[in-house]
Design a protein around this ligand. Structure first.
Ligand SMILES: *[C@@H]1O[C@H](CO)[C@@H](O)[C@H](O)[C@H]1NC(C)=O
Ligand SMILES: *[C@@H]1O[C@H](CO)[C@@H](O)[C@H](O)[C@H]1NC(C)=O
Ligand SMILES: *[C@@H]1O[C@H](CO)[C@@H](O)[C@H](O)[C@H]1NC(C)=O
Ligand SMILES: *[C@@H]1O[C@H](CO)[C@@H](O)[C@H](O)[C@H]1NC(C)=O
Length: 352
C-alpha cells in the first residue's frame, strides 16, 4: 500500500515539469533587446523575461513600427534555430518604458507587447513612470527625469529589479527593505570557461567531494577562477564577450540549496569595461536575489572597434556578429546559453 503510494508520488515528482522559473532573463536597452531574443529563441529553457527600455525582436532593420514586417521567429523555428513558440504560453513577461525615454522611444518599446502577447504570455507593463532611459532604482543613480550618462541608472524611488523579478516569480517574492546584508558570494568568473559547460566535471561534482569542490570554489574565488578543462571560445565565433563576468550566489545557494537562475543583461556603455561592477551591484538585483534565493548571472560585453565593430559595448541586436544574431547560431545568443548550461549543470550536481 505505502509502496504503491510512494511509487505514485515518485512518478508524479519525476514527470512534473521543471519549475517554470528555473531560468529567466531581464535586461536594459540593448540588454532588453537581447532579453527578448533569448526568451523567444530559447523558450524551452528560458521561461520568463523582463524587457526594459529595449526594442522589439528582430526589428533593427529600418525604422518600421509594424511588428509583422520585422518578425522572423517562425522561420527560425522551422529551421530549428529557435525553440517551438508553444513553450511561451503563459510565460511571465515584464515590459518597461520610461515616459521621457529619448533613446528607445516608448512607442518602439511597446511593440514588445504585440510580439509577446501573440504567444499568449502573461504580460505586466510599466509605462507610466516620469523617467528617462536607464535602470530604475529606489536608492542609487541620477535624478529620475534626466539621462544619467555615467551609469544609465536613475533613482526614482522605485525598485524595478524587485518589480520585474516579482512578476516573473509569480508575485510572491520578499521585498528588500532598507538594507540587505549581501552575505552570499559575488564572483568574478571567466566567461569563456563558463561558456564551456563540458569543462564542468559533473563526475567530480557528483561523487568525489561536491561540497568541498564547488562550495570551496564559491568561498575562495573572490577574484578570477577558471573552471577545469580547456577553454573553447572558438565555438561561439566573433563576439563582444568580455573575458570576465559576474555571478551572485545568495547565501543559501552557497550551502547546497538548488536555486533558480536569473540572467541580468546590462545595456550599451554599462559593461565592466566602462563601469566595473556598478550595474551588477547597484541596480537592486542582488538584494532581491539574496532574500529570495535566486542565482544571478551578469554576462559582460566589451566595446570593440573592429571584428566586430561595437564601439559602445552593446549587445548584438542588429547583426554586428552575424546575420544570425537573433537565433541559436548567434554568437552572443549561444554564448549566454552556454553560460546558463554551465550553471544548470552545477545546479544539477548540487541536487545529489
Ligand atoms: C533617491 O531619491 C530620493 C527621493 O528623491 C532621495 O530622498 C534619496 O536621497 C536619493 N538617494 C540617493 C542615493 O541618491
Ligand atoms: C505567497 O506566500 C504566502 C505566504 O508564504 C502564501 O500563503 C501564499 O500561498 C503564496 N502565494 C502564492 C501565489 O504562492
Ligand atoms: C572528471 O573527473 C574524473 C575524476 O577525477 C576523471 O576521471 C574524469 O576523467 C574527468 N572528466 C573529464 C571530462 O575531465
Ligand atoms: C536560508 O536558510 C536558513 C536556514 O535554513 C533559513 O532560516 C532562511 O530563512 C533561509 N533564507 C532564505 C532567504 O530562504
Amino acid at each position: 500500500m505505502w509502496t504503491i503510494f510512494y511509487t505514485i508520488l515518485l512518478i508524479v515528482s519525476i514527470t512534473e515539469a521543471k519549475p517554470r522559473t528555473d531560468v529567466t532573463v531581464s535586461g536594459l536597452s540593448s540588454g532588453g533587446a537581447m532579453t527578448a531574443q533569448l526568451h523567444l529563441v530559447y523558450s524551452s529553457t528560458i521561461s520568463g523575461s523582463g524587457v526594459l527600455a529595449g526594442p522589439p525582436y528582430y526589428c533593427a532593420q529600418g525604422s518600421s513600427t509594424r511588428v509583422d514586417e520585422c518578425f522572423q521567429l517562425q522561420s527560425y523555428v522551422s529551421a530549428g534555430t529557435a525553440d517551438p513558440t508553444s513553450n511561451l504560453k503563459n510565460d511571465p513577461v515584464y515590459i518597461f518604458s520610461g515616459r521621457y525615454d529619448p533613446v528607445v522611444f516608448p512607442d518602439i518599446v511597446k511593440l514588445n507587447r504585440k510580439v509577446f502577447s501573440s504567444f499568449g504570455t502573461d504580460i505586466k507593463t510599466n509605462y507610466e513612470m516620469r523617467t528617462t532611459h536607464g535602470y530604475i532604482t529606489d536608492n542609487f543613480g541620477g535624478p529620475c527625469e534626466f539621462p544619467d550618462l555615467k551609469y544609465f541608472i536613475n533613482n526614482c524611488s522605485f525598485n524595478l529589479a524587485y518589480d520585474v523579478l516579482n512578476h516573473i516569480f509569480g508575485g510572491n517574492l520578499t521585498k528588500p527593505t532598507k538594507s540587505v546584508p549581501l552575505t552570499g558570494q559575488f564572483l568574478t568568473i571567466e566567461q569563456p570557461a563558463l561558456m564551456n559547460p563540458e569543462s564542468v566535471n559533473i563526475t567530480v561534482l557528483k561523487h568525489t567531494n561536491i561540497f568541498s569542490y564547488w562550495a570551496n570554489w564559491l568561498k575562495t574565488s573572490t577574484n578570477t577562477y577558471k573552471l577545469p578543462g580547456s577553454i573553447e571560445i572558438s565555438s561561439v565565433g566573433s563576439s563582444s564577450f568580455d573575458k570576465e563576468g559576474y555571478v551572485y550566489y545568495p547565501t543559501n545557494c552557497t550551502k547546497g540549496e538548488k536555486c533558480p537562475i536569473h540572467v541580468a543583461l546590462h545595456g550599451c556603455e554599462q559593461g565592466k569595461w566602462r563601469i566595473g561592477d556598478v550595474f551588477a551591484k547597484k541596480t537592486g538585483y542582488l538584494e532581491v536575489a539574496e532574500l529570495n534565493n535566486i542565482i544571478i548571472l551578469f554576462p559582460q560585453i566589451i566595446a570593440t572597434h573592429s571584428d566586430p565593430s561595437n564601439k559602445e559595448g552593446c549587445r548584438d541586436w542588429w547583426g554586428y556578429t552575424s546575420s544570425n544574431y537573433a537565433n541559436k547560431l548567434g554568437a552572443e545568443m549561444a554564448g549566454v546559453k552556454k553560460m546558463i548550461d554551465s550553471l544548470r549543470a552545477i545546479n544539477d550536481a548540487l541536487d545529489v
